[in-house]
Design a binder for this molecule. Sequence first.
Ligand code: AMP
Length: 417
Amino acid sequence: MTFDTLGLSADLLRTVAEEGYEHPTPVQAAAIPDVLAGRDMLAAAQTGTGKTAAFVLPILDRLRPHANTSFSPARHPVRALILVPTRELAMQVFESVETYGRTVPLRATVVFGGVPIEPQIQALRAGVEILVATPGRLLDHVGQRTVNLGQTEILVLDEGDRMLDMGFLPDIRRIIELLPAKRQNLLFSATFSEDIRRLSSTILRDPVTVEVAPRNTAAEDVRQIVYPVDRDRKEALLAHLIRKQDLRQVLVFTRTKLAASRLASILDRQGLDAVAIHSDRSQQDRMRALEGFKKGEIRVLVATDVAARGLDIEDLPHVVNFELPWQAQDYIHRIGRTGRAGATGDAISLVCIDETDLLRGVQRLLKVAIPWAVEDGFIPDKNAEPRPLGRGRGTEGATGHHPHRKPVHAGDGRRRR
Ligand code: AMP
């Protein structure tokens, strides 16, 4: 399956190729043609499935005929309104609009609460065709008459279930009343709950339903397991598990560059052929390490999330979370490197007491409890006190980084043409 058959413009096909996307994800393959055709849609897709591109790309092509370079704000009314539950998601989606739409002369902006409204007003006054917004702040703008939604042609509700959970239903209804009756509606939600079905039946007209197995979380194909362990025993436990289970081609994740280098050298000293790859290593070094890993000469590759993002490695038998990621979503990206295409894989997480909140976040996102195993000789100390996790030097992508950000540290590893 390639992108060319979905009906996108040559311009956007070039952009996705530049982004390093070789194949559409299942939700993209299923959604893009119908969104391009103007259909309403109810799509079940979690974060990490490529859902953002699944609606942003076809919206860009649908709105392209409106692109113009006029200075008059009146020539740039809001045509697509993308409602999202949180400020983080708002920023991510907006960034995707900018990334995917970089060659399309449509204007976009983002508004969310908790920040000064004035700059948002300026941006809205200048005119924008694509508006990403959280419901509350959007209604503030409506109240101040800084935005007019009367020419909206496409409405997207992203993470619909979360918006309902957060109590946005009345706001959403008020916003919808401001939109023209004739419009295209897209509702994306991680789950199809009763509430979502009810919402969809009141908003969507004859929708196409898209439901795809969540990429990466394909839980049945990935055996996930958590080993509780003391923080200073993790290296020893990892070496022990690799030997005992005779693991080969193990991709190990750490949160920081420093931890990656340190761990690789400890394992390597123990005769476990390990190499760290991260942004401080040259592209050439990283390519060499990767080749060695693929050929089986390197048994353990230790990577940070940011460095791994630029690497063409999947279908691995074993992924290890030496440290849980800051962002629960990164857990999904990490374990998505294993268990693809029907093959089984395992995802081992070594979790110390300091990481219990991170683990909770992962389980909440996955909506599963990951089974635990305690290894003899590595039983954690019951009296251990948690310590705050430092986000100090050497941290790669620790704060506010998210899946859409270009891997600025990771060289051009992801641009495979
Ligand atoms: P999302 O589910 O929209 O949050 O996207 C998750 C991540 O997948 C983002 O980092 C995207 O850049 C990336 N992505 C989206 N579509 C593709 C694709 N077709 N191939 C590879 N990566 C993709």
